[in-house]
Design a protein around this ligand. Structure first.
Ligand code: DX5
Ligand code: ZN
Length: 221
C-alpha cells in the first residue's frame, strides 16, 4: 500500500478579509487547514492574535493544523490544543521544554508536531520521536508565503524519513510547495504538504489541492 498523502493548505496568502469563505473553498478537498501563527518576534511578521485564531479554529469544518512561529511555545502550544486544533506544531528553536510541551499538547487532545527551520538539523531531535505525531521540515525561512522551495532541504527530508522508520509519524514540508516541487518532496519522503500561494493565488484553489494530491500520489511509494 502506498504512503498516505495529506494536503494542508495555508491561508496565509488567502484573502484575509474573507477568510471563512476562503477556507470553505478548499475544506472539502483538504485534510487539514494550516494556520500560521506568527508573533513578530520568532519571525518578522504577525498574523493573528489568539482571539481571532480561536474564532477561525472553532468555525473550521475540518481540523486545523496550527503552525506556531512564536517564542514562548511552551505556554502557547497547549493553549492552541485546548482551542480545538487537530494538530499543533511548535518550533524546536522556540521551545524550552520540548518534551513537556509536546505531552501537554497531546493531553489537550491534539496531535503534536515539532518543526525545524532550514538551518536546524532534524536528527538532533530524534529523542522526541515517541512524543511526536508529525515532524515539520521548513523548506523556506519561516515568516512569509510565496518564497521558493529550498532544494538543499531534500537531504534533510530524506534523513527525517529514515529517522521515522516504521513509526506512524507524519512528515510535513512547508514552503514553496507547488505543482513543480511536490513530486521531488514526496520522493524524498514527505507525506504531508503545506501549500499557501500555490493554492490561494489560483482562480480555482480546490482544483490545485486536487492536482497536488494527484501529483504526490503518483510518486509516493
Ligand atoms: C511560512 C509559512 C507557510 C506559508 C507557506 O513561514 O509557515 O505555511 O504559508 O506559503 P507558500 O506555500 O506560499 O510557500
Ligand atoms: Zn506554516
Amino acid at each position: 500500500m502506498s504512503r498516505e498523502i495529506r494536503i494542508t493548505p495555508s491561508i496565509l496568502n488567502a484573502d484575509q478579509s474573507n477568510l471563512e469563505l476562503e477556507i470553505e473553498r478548499v475544506s472539502h478537498v483538504s485534510d487539514l487547514i494550516h494556520l500560521d501563527i506568527m508573533d513578530n518576534v520568532f519571525v518578522p511578521n504577525f498574523t493573528y492574535d489568539f482571539g481571532r485564531a480561536s474564532t477561525l479554529i472553532a468555525g473550521c469544518s475540518i481540523p486545523v493544523d496550527a503552525h506556531l512561529m512564536v517564542v514562548d511555545a511552551d505556554r502557547i502550544g497547549p493553549e492552541y490544543a485546548q482551542a480545538g486544533c487537530g494538530s499543533v506544531t511548535i518550533h524546536a528553536e522556540a521551545t524550552v521544554n520540548i518534551s513537556s510541551t509536546l505531552r501537554s499538547i497531546r493531553a489537550e487532545g491534539s496531535r503534536s508536531g515539532l518543526a525545524v527551520k532550514p538551518k536546524t538539523e532534524i536528527t538532533d531531535y530524534v529523542e522526541f520521536s515517541d512524543l511526536v505525531d508529525m515532524f515539520l521540515i521548513m523548506t523556506v525561512e519561516p515568516g512569509f508565503g510565496g518564497q521558493s522551495f529550498m532544494m538543499d532541504m531534500i537531504g534533510k527530508i530524506e534523513r527525517a524519513r529514515a529517522m521515522i522508520g516504521s513509526r506512524p509519524i507524519w512528515l510535513q514540508v512547508d514552503g514553496g510547495i507547488s505543482e513543480t516541487t511536490i513530486e521531488i518532496a514526496t520522493e524524498a519522503g514527505a507525506d504531508t504538504f503545506v501549500a499557501g500561494s500555490a493554492v490561494f493565488r489560483s482562480q480555482d484553489p480546490a482544483s490545485i489541492v486536487e492536482k497536488l494530491r494527484h501529483l504526490a500520489n503518483s510518486v509516493a511509494d
